[in-house]
Design a protein around this ligand. Sequence first.
Ligand code: INI
Length: 160
Amino acid sequence: MDTHVNEIDANLNAAGLRFALLVSRFNDFITSRLLAGAQDTLLRHGAARDQLTIIHVPGAWELPLVAKTAATSGRFDAIVALGCVIRGQTTHHIHVGGEAAKGLAQVALDSNVPIGFGVLTVDTLEQAIERAGTKAGNKGAEAALGALETVNLINALKAG
Ligand code: INI
């Protein structure tokens, strides 16, 4: 008997796709590197420069609301959310990081627009640097790749 397993494997072609890159000003020293990684990744996968829109937000706390506005605008196929939450003397960072993660997940589910999660939550500045283009890679680049694969996957699924 001739049986086969159906399989859908998305490509990583960014040509023709429109991306919003949301980047927090808070901890800009780190988030600017995450942005550079995300932008570079999308361009190297075929995105057109004029299809990338960089949107600056105050901090990780504001990412979900701005992501929701971008997602529901109809202007973007995918979003990449970039931020950096570093542990402080109080529990403030826990609330900021937790709400950013929860809010972004909710926005993606509600809007059907994929959101790459590039918000670092770390204990020290050194850990942030490690994840912003040094020994632990660049989480902005990873988030961009995640958003790209997901939008192509959703489009492939819809195409049947
Ligand atoms: N915003 C961040 O992006 N990272 C942080 O580490 C951070 N901490 O710890 O305070 C932070 N706070 C600012 C917050 O995101 C809002 O912009 C601010 O509260 C104004 O609403």
